[in-house]
Design a protein around this ligand. Structure first.
Ligand SMILES: Nc1ncnc2c1ncn2[C@@H]1O[C@H](COP(=O)(O)OP(=O)(O)O)[C@@H](O)[C@H]1O
Ligand SMILES: [Mg+2]
Length: 374
């Protein structure tokens, strides 16, 4: 925070973790991890509560020493560099503003400590307040602001010194749903405008999907997949990732003949899917997103017959639950309200429908969930 940024080169990642791991006593909380986070990247760490996200963040900030491994910021090893000398800043859910200081002075605080010249300080504070759309609130005290506005002051304070990296640990957790959604767009816009690397921790998949350039999905101290939001959603690498991000129909299935790459679900027979090349015969998990499933009130070639067990109206769409065989798996299908045909609407509860999905929508995932904690 207090050091001028070293001359940086575009090839160097903003953050590089090499074999970083953390144990508390016998409890291995972050498994050995290699990770590179790019310059100006909006990078999210997504996973359920207790999976090790905050511990990973605290190691990057220097609040927590890794049990093993090394951390580089902009190409320089910072293992022995204290937090205040790392070119980064943090924003947490429980941030503290100085109640007796104005918004302006709260944002200016760090620059004053650094003895920033007055004119520059004023320019940067005003710029930061404009960024979070609080230009007109400079003279207010924190008590005269809403929760969302206070959080924006904290955000302005985190970026005003233009650190290379800002780490945000569930910063929207205390806000209500509507405000959270607004702030998601604000955060993304702000990150683009300031060009700072954001490392964003959340257990909320929608938040991660909305804002991130890339997401690291974590579970039980292990990073399971690092990829763009679309890749994570369309090509999850494992059962845990498929079910944690979005909703997903998951079937225990088998590849019977590796060369035919055909996937069979017990009780259903062969189903549409594309097994990856070089898939050998054996158990797999088949994942199908509910929005890729089509329902028909009349028999269709290759369709799987099922019985409607339940349907829920959500305004813009219907969720149909369909039992695919006696004691067989129940599958969810999302039908946009505009696509609900009279014939489908007319199928009574317990009535038959025919299910289909494109081959490419049948995602074949490894069956072994070892270490995934799914
Ligand atoms: N200082 C600590 N001492 C002992 N155990 C800890 C400490 N900090 C975190 N843990 C444990 O590490 C695990 C991961 O915690 P944390 O990183 O806070 O997860 P998350 O942020 O994903 O919710 C939890 O089981 C937690 O109890
Ligand atoms: Mg946490």
């Amino acid at each position: 925070m207090t050091q001028p940024a070293p001359a940086s080169s575009p090839e160097r990642p903003a953050v590089r973790l090499r074999g970083i791991t953390k144990s508390f006593g016998d409890n291995l909380v972050v498994e050995p991890l290699d990770l590179e986070i790019g310059r100006n990247e909006f990078f999210s760490i997504l996973g359920p509560s207790g999976c090790g996200k905050t511990t990973l963040m605290r190691m990057i900030t220097g609040f927590e020493a890794p049990t093993a491994g090394s951390i580089e910021l902009d190409g320089a090893v910072v293992d022995r560099v204290p937090t205040r000398q790392r070119d980064l800043n943090m924003l947490f859910q429980s941030y503290a503003l100085f109640p007796h200081l104005t918004v302006y002075e709260n944002v200016a605080f760090e620059l004053r400590v650094r003895r920033t010249p007055k004119a520059e300080l004023d320019r940067r504070v005003r710029e930061a307040l404009e960024l979070v759309r609080l230009g007109d609130f400079a003279k207010r005290k924190p008590a005269e602001l809403s929760g969302g506005q206070r959080q924006r002051v904290a955000l302005a304070r985190a970026v005003v010194g233009r650190p290379a990296v800002v780490l945000l640990d569930e910063p929207l957790g205390a806000l209500d749903q509507k405000l959270r959604k607004e702030m998601q767009f604000e955060l993304k816009r702000l990150q683009r405008e300031v060009g700072i690397t954001f490392i964003y921790v959340t257990h909320d998949q929608e938040e991660a999907l909305t804002m991130s350039d890339r997401i690291a999905v974590m579970n039980r101290g292990r990073v399971l997949q690092v990829a763009s939001p679309t890749e994570i959603y369309d090509a999850p690498a494992s059962r845990f990732v498929a079910s944690f991000i979005g909703s997903c129909n998951l079937f225990d299935a088998a590849v019977v003949d590796g060369s035919a790459r055909q996937v069979v679900v017990p009780g259903l027979g062969p189903v549409p899917a594309v097994a990856p090349e070089r898939t050998s015969a054996g158990p797999v998990v088949l994942a199908v997103r509910p929005e890729r499933v089509s329902l028909s009130a009349t028999e269709i070639p290759g369709g799987i017959e099922g019985l409607v067990t339940e349907r829920v109206f959500l305004g813009d769409e219907w969720i149909y639950r369909v039992r695919t065989a006696i004691d067989g798996p129940v599958l969810s299908a999302r039908v946009p309200s505009g696509d609900l045909t009279t014939a489908l609407a007319g199928v009574p509860d317990g009535g038959p429908v025919w299910i289909s999905w494109p081959d490419a929508a049948g995602l074949v995932l490894p069956a072994d969930a070892e270490g995934e904690g799914a």
